[in-house]
Design a protein around this ligand. Sequence first.
Ligand code: SF4
Length: 196
Amino acid sequence: MTKRNTISWQDWSFLITLAILGLSLINVSLALIGSLCYIGPFVYYLKYHNKTWCQKVCPRASFLNKTLGKLSLHLKRPTWLGSSNIKSFFVIYLSLNLFFAIMSTIMVGLGRVEALLYIRFFMFYKAPFILPQLIQFELPLAMLHFSYRILSMMSSTLLIGLILGFLYTPRMWCTICPVNTLSKPKQEKVKTRIVL
Ligand code: SF4
């Protein structure tokens, strides 16, 4: 029997990450497409109850593999990096980040606070550059603010992923990625059910 060559989505899904980064330079509101990368894992998880997203789709994992595949130093992973404390920290950090992004957007929409129209790394550090905007759309300030907040979240975690990937293995970010942390217990339950 001849073996069929199957092309994995993850062989090319890095293009989605590149596209989102590129689109944000055209207009930051286009970075909102990147929200699908936050919603996607949970949709897949609810549908398949396993890690199909992580194993076959994730554009971020694909991007880290492609960019760092040959550059990674493959140092030994420190034990703290696999600890439950650091995993919980990132779940809390990203949940808070999303919460503040949504709440501040509502406040901007109500005219109570000024819109932050720039990238802020790790919620506090203003990026030392201005994002080029090749096309200006007439959009509500709140939407622009939210777009910058989502892009800030994506850029911050991508930066961590690149640093960890360079030092250890390309997909080291997956160890602490909230999707991995949040999807594990249920998957283990499913496995247990099958074994029983
Ligand atoms: S753990 Fe996170 S970064 Fe890694 S493959 Fe899954 S969703 Fe993507």
